[in-house]
Design a protein around this ligand. Structure first.
Ligand SMILES: NC(=O)c1ccc[n+]([C@@H]2O[C@H](COP(=O)([O-])OP(=O)(O)OC[C@H]3O[C@@H](n4cnc5c(N)ncnc54)[C@H](O)[C@@H]3O)[C@@H](O)[C@H]2O)c1
Length: 668
C-alpha cells in the first residue's frame, strides 16, 4: 500500500495533525461577511466539532472560532492533507470498486491548485464554487469512497458525507445535493449565514459535482457563441473580416473572449479595469496587445479596420470609456457584449466609471451604500452608451452575466416597449438556445481515467470519426453545428488546453453523445484505452432551469419553473449514472437557478454500454422534449427525429394556434 493510499484509508486522523501555516503564495478566498450572531457563532463551532471525538474538542473549539473570525468560515485548515493534490491515474486509488475510484480522481482534480481558484478554501471556481465546506468533509468522503462496494450509495448533503447506504449495482455510487433550500430562505444573504453555520454550500455548477475540467470548456463555449453571433451579422465567412467586437472582462470565464475573437477572425477590444488581470491574460497569450490610452486605442482600431486585421486588444480601463469613445469617433462596433461580473455587482463584480480601481475597492468596503449608488449611476451611463452604438447598427447581446437584469434594477434604459422583455437578447435567447440547446447540442465532456495523454489523443480521434460519419447523414438544419464541432475536435490537440486531468469538451447532440460514448466503451473493451469518465457542464440542454440563462429562450411562461432540472437528475439516477448532482444557484447565484449534472464511468462492460445509451438518451431528450412543448420549433424538429429513431420514445407535441384566433379574442 502506498503512503497516499494509507492516508486516504485513514480518513479523519486519530492523532491531531500539526496546525497549518497560512501560505501567502496561494490564491485565497476573500474574507466572508461576518453575518452570524453570537448565538449562531457558538452553533457554528458546535456544528464543526461533531466530526471529532471529545478529547480533541478543547483544542479545536478555539481554533475553529478563530477561523470563523479571521475568514468568516471554518475551513479546518489543520486537516488539509500533506500529499499533493491532483488527479492520479485511476489504478492508484485504494478501493473496492472502479466507479468510486473514478469519483475520487474527479474530486482531486477539482481541488488541484493548478485547476482550483482558491484551493486551500476548497473553492474550484466562480469565487465561491465549493467542492466541500471544510477539509474533514474531504477526508471523510475519500475514506467512504475507498471503502464502499457496488452495493452501496454515498449520500452527500452540501459537501457533508451523510454516509453509505445499502443500494444496488446499477444505482448511482454517489448522490450529491448542494445548496438546496426551502425557497423562501434562498436569498444571497441566507447563503452567507447557512454556509457560515456549516450546514450548506454553494456548489456552483461543476465545482460541487466534481466535473470541472479547467478553462477549455469556456474557450469552446465562448468560441461557439462569438462565431454564431457573427453569423447573425455577416453574410459569409469573408464578410466577417474587419468586423469589430467590443466587450469587457478578462477574468475567469470572460478571459476567453479575445481568444474566441481571434479564432472567429475579428478585431476584438476587451476592456478590463484590473491591471493584474490584464497582465495575466496578456502573459498567457490569451490577448495580443494591451492599450491603456483611449485615444491610442481609437487610432489602433481604425487602422485594424482599414487592414481587416485579426487582432485582440485589451483596453486597460473602464468599458464605458470604450463604448463612449467609439461612438464619439464614429468607429462602428459590429458586435457588442459585456462580461463584468454583474451577478455580484456590489462586491467587486462591477467597477463604476470615473473612479480608479483602488478607489472603488476602498469604497465598496468602507461605504457600501454610496458604492451601490455609484454602480447604478454607472450602469445607466453604460446602457446609454450601448444604446447609442446600437442605433448605429451594433448587435448587442447579454452574456448571461445579469447585465440587463441589474441595469433594469438601476433604472437604465434597457426595457423593450412591452415593458416586460429587455431591449437586447441574451446569448441563450438568440444563439445557444435556438442553435444548440433546442437541437440537443451541449457541452458533453470526458476524462481519461488512466491519466495518459495518449488515451486523450485516441478518444479525440474516435469522437472525430463518429461526428464525420454522422455528418454525412445529418439534416441541413444541423450541418453547421456538426461542422463547428468537427473543426473544434480536430484542433483540440493543437490548442493545448488541458490543465489538470486528461479531459476534453465537445458540443454534441443526443445521438452524437451516445455514439461517441459507445465508441469509447468499445475501445476500452478492446484494450485500446483505459476507463473513461463521461460528464457534462450543467450549462446544457436539460440539466438546468435558469430563467435568465439556460432557459431564457423558453417563452410559454414555464421558464420560472424547475421541473426539468429535477426530472433530469431523477431520470439520470435510475438510468445508470455513476453519480448525480442537483444544486441551487449555479452560474447566476443562489435562488436564481436549479442546476444538475452527472458522471458516468465507462469500463468497457456490457452494463456500461446499456447504461450509456439509456442515460444519455434521456439526459438530452428530456430537455429537447420540454423545449418542444414550449413551442420552440427547432426542438420540435429534433424530438420528432428522436422519436423516429427510438420507437419507445413518445413525446407530447404542441399544437400551434393561429395568431388571428388570439387577436380576435376580447380579453378584458
Ligand atoms: N463566458 C461564459 O461562458 C459565461 C457564461 C455565462 C455567464 N457568464 C458570466 O460572465 C461574468 C464574468 O465571469 P468571469 O468568470 O469572467 O468573472 P470575473 O469576475 O473573473 O471577471 C470579470 C472581470 O470584469 C472586470 N470588470 C468589472 N467591471 C468592469 C468595468 N466596468 N470595466 C472593465 N472591466 C470590468 C473585473 O475586473 C473582472 O476581472 C459572470 O457574471 C459570469 O456568470 C459567462
Amino acid at each position: 500500500m502506498t503512503i497516499f493510499q494509507a492516508a486516504i484509508l485513514e480518513g479523519i486522523p486519530t492523532q491531531l495533525p500539526a496546525p497549518k501555516t497560512y501560505d501567502p503564495e496561494v490564491n485565497h478566498a476573500p474574507k466572508r461577511k461576518d453575518v452570524l450572531s453570537l448565538v449562531e457563532k457558538r452553533l457554528a463551532v458546535q456544528n464543526a466539532l461533531r466530526y471529532f471525538p471529545k478529547e480533541h474538542h478543547a483544542v479545536l473549539a478555539p481554533e475553529f472560532l478563530s477561523e470563523l473570525k479571521t475568514f468568516g468560515r471554518i475551513y479546518m485548515h489543520r486537516f488539509r492533507p500533506d500529499y499533493e493534490m491532483f488527479a492520479r491515474p485511476i489504478s492508484e486509488y485504494p478501493g473496492q470498486c472502479a466507479q468510486a475510484k473514478g469519483i475520487m480522481l474527479m474530486i482531486q482534480n477539482n481541488l488541484n491548485p493548478a485547476v482550483a481558484q482558491h484551493p486551500h478554501e476548497l473553492i474550484t471556481y466562480g469565487g465561491n464554487g465549493a467542492v466541500f465546506q471544510n477539509w474533514i468533509q474531504y477526508l471523510l468522503t475519500m475514506k467512504y469512497l475507498a471503502e464502499m462496494t457496488e452495493e452501496q450509495t454515498l449520500v452527500m448533503y452540501s459537501g457533508h458525507p451523510m454516509g453509505l447506504f445499502p443500494s444496488h449495482t446499477n444505482a448511482p455510487r454517489v448522490v450529491v445535493t448542494n445548496g438546496m433550500m426551502i425557497p423562501n430562505y434562498s436569498q444571497p444573504d441566507d447563503w452567507e449565514k447557512f454556509n457560515a453555520l456549516g450546514v450548506t454550500q454553494y456548489g456552483q455548477m461543476t465545482a460541487g459535482s466534481f466535473m470541472y475540467i479547467g478553462p477549455q470548456g469556456i474557450v469552446h463555449g465562448t468560441t461557439i457563441t462569438v462565431l454564431n453571433a457573427l453569423r447573425r451579422i455577416a453574410k459569409n465567412r469573408a464578410d466577417i473580416k474587419g468586423k469589430l467586437f467590443v466587450t469587457s472582462g478578462l477574468g475567469g470565464m470572460s478571459g476567453a473572449q479575445p481568444k474566441a475573437g481571434n479564432i472567429a477572425g475579428v478585431i476584438s477590444v476587451t476592456a478590463e479595469v484590473n491591471p493584474k488581470v490584464v497582465h495575466t491574460r496578456h502573459s498567457q497569450g490569451w490577448v495580443d496587445e494591451v492599450i491603456s490610452d483611449i485615444n491610442i486605442l481609437c487610432d489602433r482600431v481604425k487602422q485594424a479596420k482599414k487592414t481587416e486585421e485579426v487582432v485582440s486588444i485589451a483596453y486597460q480601463g473602464n468599458v464605458i470609456d470604450v463604448w463612449e469613445a467609439f461612438d464619439r469617433e464614429g468607429i462602428k462596433i459590429d458586435l457588442g457584449s459585456d462580461q463584468t461580473s454583474l451577478h455580484n455587482p456590489f462586491a467587486g463584480g462591477y467597477y463604476p466609471v470615473g473612479m480608479s480601481f483602488e478607489e472603488a475597492n476602498t469604497m465598496m468596503a468602507a461605504s457600501p451604500v454610496e458604492f451601490k449608488a455609484a454602480v447604478y449611476t454607472s450602469l445607466r451611463r453604460h446602457a446609454d452608451a450601448v444604446n447609442k452604438n446600437a442605433k448605429n447598427g451594433t448587435y448587442f447581446f447579454d452574456y448571461g452575466n445579469a447585465f440587463l437584469l441589474e441595469s433594469s434594477r438601476a433604472g437604465a434604459d434597457v426595457m423593450a416597449i412591452n415593458g416586460i422583455d429587455f431591449k437586447y437578447p441574451s446569448y441563450v435567447q438568440d444563439i445557444l438556445g435556438p442553435l444548440c440547446f433546442d437541437y440537443g447540442f451541449g457541452p458533453f465532456r470526458w476524462v481519461c481515467a488512466s491519466g495518459d495523454p495518449k488515451d486523450l489523443e485516441k478518444t479525440d480521434e474516435l469522437a472525430c470519426q463518429v461526428l464525420e460519419e454522422m455528418m454525412q447523414e445529418s439534416p441541413a438544419e444541423i450541418q453547421q453545428q456538426m461542422a463547428d464541432n468537427i473543426q473544434w475536435i480536430k484542433g483540440a490537440q493543437a490548442n493545448k488546453l488541458v490543465v489538470g486531468s486528461q479531459a476534453r469538451i465537445l458540443y454534441a447532440d443526443a445521438e452524437g453523445r451516445m455514439k461517441i460514448a459507445a465508441a469509447f466503451n468499445l475501445a476500452i473493451k478492446q484494450g485500446l484505452i483505459g476507463p473513461v469518465v463521461l460528464g457534462r457542464d450543467h450549462h446544457d440542454v436539460s440539466g438546468t432551469d435558469s430563467p435568465y440563462r439556460e432557459t431564457s429562450n423558453i417563452y410559454d411562461g414555464s421558464r420560472f419553473t424547475a421541473d426539468m432540472a429535477i426530472q433530469n437528475v431523477i431520470g439520470d439516477s435510475f438510468r445508470g449514472a455513476t453519480w448525480v448532482s442537483i444544486h441551487n444557484g449555479g452560474g447566476v447565484g443562489w435562488g436564481e437557478v436549479i442546476n444538475g449534472g452527472f458522471g458516468m464511468l465507462l469500463d468497457g462492460s456490457l452494463t456500461a454500454d446499456k447504461n450509456l445509451n439509456m442515460m444519455l438518451h434521456w439526459d438530452v431528450n428530456n430537455g429537447v422534449a420540454r423545449r418542444n412543448w414550449a413551442r420552440n420549433e427547432n426542438a420540435t424538429f429534433a424530438i420528432k427525429r428522436a422519436m423516429e429513431a427510438e420507437p419507445l420514445l413518445q413525446v407530447t407535441l404542441p399544437n400551434i394556434v393561429d395568431d388571428s384566433i388570439l387577436d380576435g379574442l376580447k380579453i378584458e
